[in-house]
Design a protein around this ligand. Structure first.
Ligand SMILES: [Zn+2]
Length: 157
């Protein structure tokens, strides 16, 4: 999953018509699509390894959601702030992060740190994370996957 595919999923929500959930849901607005794309532009690359989900809401808005191990993260924006919901073992916390907060980027990235996303997802397998097995070596790096069943490696030695 990359950002382009994620935006494609958002784009497809345009096709939802009035009452798309048969409980009287509103169609997804152009503005909701812009807002979802705004968040997608902000999310760090590693968050893409934790199966982000584009979820239409019956009021016409769009949530971005991650479920990772025993944790769940939902993000939405109203254009002024990020509205977040963090759940861990069914204990949930809701809050706001102002877009003009001077530590915005750090606080925003903290969501994904908390979620436990892999920083360097393996390009070859789902489960692995890349690490440098030549750390402390004099020259270059030897990048390997930590999944014993995967043989991905890359070296510039
Ligand atoms: Zn791998």
């Amino acid at each position: 999953m990359n950002k382009k595919e994620l935006k494609q999923e958002v784009e497809e929500l345009k096709d939802l018509e009035n009452n798309w959930d048969s409980y009287g849901a509103c169609p997804i607005t152009e503005r909701s699509i812009e807002k979802a794309n705004y968040i997608i532009d902000l999310i760090p690359r590693e968050s893409l390894s934790a199966n982000p989900c584009v979820v239409p809401i019956n009021d016409g808005s769009i949530n971005l959601e991650w479920t990772y191990k025993n944790k769940e993260l939902e993000l939405e924006t109203d254009g002024k702030q990020i509205i977040y919901l963090k759940c861990e073992n069914s204990f949930c916390e809701e809050g706001y992060l102002q877009l003009d907060d001077k530590n915005f980027k750090k606080k925003f990235y903290d969501f994904f740190e908390w979620l436990g996303c892999k920083r360097y997802p393996c390009p070859k397998c789902e489960a692995g994370e890349l690490y440098d097995s030549n750390t402390g070596g004099m020259f270059g790096s030897m990048i390997e996957c930590d999944n014993p069943k995967c043989n991905y490696n890359y070296s510039d030695l």
